[in-house]
Design a protein around this ligand. Structure first.
Ligand code: PNS
Length: 161
């Protein structure tokens, strides 16, 4: 039977427990999940590409059928290179939908054989975004329970005065 290999792309600056929840849900459905960390320099990330990849690798230790890699350039190119047939994206709220729809239709135009699948994280995490987590951490707020342990420490170090 055909293997379903899914790519879960994002900037992951940094990974949150919402992302992690989606990874675990994806692993229940797909034969293999590749977390694809976009270097995305235009977004001016807080963490380097290596830091972002390492946070994810640390958080998924012990999980099977998962790979974590960085990529540059088009997501579709990366997915093709990996033999993936699915792109997984998370939808937290209606506000995510318009942008995600636009990207999924563009990706379909670029390669009709790769299908985008949307998944919802647990409602417990539906308010989380990397942007808001960074803002809270920068103002000395407690983000434990919302991001993996290594990220709590990473944020603390970045914003240490
Ligand atoms: O977590 P983000 O920042 O919402 O993720 C956005 C991401 C990385 C999925 C998107 O920027 C992307 O796919 N970048 C790669 C470049 C690309 O393929 N652009 C065309 C997408 S239609």
């Amino acid at each position: 039977m055909k293997q379903i290999i899914a790519v879960y792309p994002g900037t992951f600056d940094p990974i949150s427990n919402g992302h992690l929840d989606l990874i675990k849900r994806g692993l229940r459905i797909f034969d293999k999940l590749i977390v694809a960390v976009a270097s995305n320099p235009r977004k001016n990330p807080l963490f380097t590409i290596n830091e972002r990849v390492n946070f994810i690798k640390e958080a998924v230790k012990g999980l099977k059928n998962i790979e974590v890699e960085s990529f540059n350039g088009l997501l579709i190119g990366f997915a093709k290179e990996k033999g993936a047939n699915v792109i997984v994206k998370g939808l937290r709220a209606v506000s995510d939908f318009e942008y995600e729809l636009q990207m999924s239709l563009m990706n379909r135009r670029l390669d009709t054989h790769i299908e985008t699948v949307f998944m919802m994280p647990s409602e417990e995490y539906s308010f989380l975004s990397s942007r808001i987590l960074k803002e809270v951490a920068s103002l000395n707020g407690d983000v434990s329970g919302m991001v993996p342990k290594a990220v709590v420490e990473g944020l603390r170090k970045k914003f240490k005065k």
